[in-house]
Design a protein around this ligand. Structure first.
Ligand code: TMP
Length: 203
């Protein structure tokens, strides 16, 4: 595997993925290791504009519109990704698997279309490794309640997130060498250690 991998963090709301990315970011900074970090949707100026459009509580788009906007936001990150591909470690908070999990497994849109449009946008870019954070329904609800600001995608019913998480797990189990499933219901400190140790091996 490349020593400048693309490492993605995935998981449903309240699964703790953003917490763990922050920990990796501070580990890399502390050790003066060069990297870039992006979140999706978002990551750069244009992409963040699209993020606002999709996730605003005032928005009411059709699922297909959401799909096209998520992919459009991704496309705005591609030149940054290509510029740094294999040159720097790339950390991404959500990527193509989120589109399959939310728009296909959650919303029922056609998986072949989603895979094809992702391929079209990604071109030769490939994710090297994914940390999938999974959380119980109970903990997800507790963590969402604690959030001060909820966006449009934080407000679906619990069955939606169940379907999305099942989809993520299905993808991870299909390709176990490229995924690490983090059980976010366990002690956060021990998960931090597990993730850092894995990242050290990947880089
Ligand atoms: P987050 O940045 O707080 O995780 O919120 C982003 C939301 O967007 C989250 O609910 C997942 C959703 N999403 C999709 O539905 N499809 C996608 O392709 C991506 C990247 C995110």
């Amino acid at each position: 595997m490349s020593k400048k991998p693309i490492i993605v963090f995935e998981g449903i709301e309240g699964s703790g993925k953003s917490h763990h990315i922050r920990k990796i970011v501070s580990f890399l900074k502390k050790n003066k290791i060069d990297f870039i970090y992006l979140r999706e949707p978002g990551g750069n100026l244009n992409s963040e504009k699209i993020r606002k459009l999709i996730l605003s509580k005032k928005t009411k788009f059709q699922p297909k519109t959401d799909l096209l906007l998520y992919v459009a936001a991704r496309n705005e990150n591609i030149s940054i990704l290509k510029k740094n591909y294999k040159k720097k470690i790339i950390l991404i908070d959500r990527f193509v698997d989120s589109t399959v999990a939310y728009q296909h497994y959650g919303m029922g849109l056609n998986i072949n279309f989603i895979n094809n449009i992702n391929k079209f946008v990604l071109d030769r870019l490939k994710v090297d490794f994914t940390f999938l954070n999974v959380v119980s329904e109970k903990n997800m609800i507790i963590r969402l309640k604690k959030r001060k600001r909820l966006n449009r995608y934080d407000k679906f019913n619990k069955n939606f997130y169940k379907k999305v998480q099942k989809g993520f797990i299905k993808m991870a189990k299909k390709n176990p060498k490229k995924y690490f499933i983090v059980n976010s219901n366990l002690e956060i400190k021990s998960n931090e250690k597990l993730i850092i140790n894995k990242v050290k091996k990947l880089i």
